[in-house]
Design a protein. Structure first.
Length: 142
């Protein structure tokens, strides 16, 4: 019982450090279980999308609804390539937040194979790069 308690305390401390790192980096974590089409977002990722913690619908279509329509095809292509090749992906795209605002996110992900070798899930992180994009645009205009 004592060993289990120590392990639970260590896990809780590790999760706390991860949440702090995600918050400091304006990042959120995600996981897409392909079979069953379940998508899990950390509360930080929900905040980046401008929605209250616990309110994300939990499907790939729910995620797709937030992606700017002009960026969807390229993002979808990146995800498909990751699933087919097994190579990690990185994509930068816009999301439309409630109220119509635009944020830029950069996402890093990789597939994880199931026991049969086919992709079982994709896992990764997103970070808000809106300020960087605004700075790049301002430099481009000057």
């Amino acid at each position: 019982a004592a060993a289990r308690r120590v392990a639970e305390e260590a896990l809780s401390a590790s999760e706390g450090r991860l949440q702090l790192a995600l918050e400091a980096g304006r990042m959120g974590a995600w996981e897409w279980k392909i079979k069953g089409n379940r998508v899990f977002w950390s509360p930080n990722l929900e905040r980046l999308h401008g929605i209250p913690a616990g309110s994300f619908g939990g499907t790939f279509a729910d995620f797709q609804r937030d992606v700017h329509p002009d960026d969807w095809e390229e993002l979808r292509r990146q995800i498909e390539s990751c699933l087919q090749s097994g190579q990690p992906y990185s994509a930068t795209y816009r999301i439309v937040v409630p109220g119509g605002g635009i944020r830029w996110l950069q996402s890093f992900g990789r597939s994880q194979p199931g026991s049969d070798g086919t992709p079982e899930k994709l896992v990764g992180v997103c970070m808000d790069v809106t300020e960087r994009k605004k700075s790049e645009e301002a430099l481009g205009e000057s």
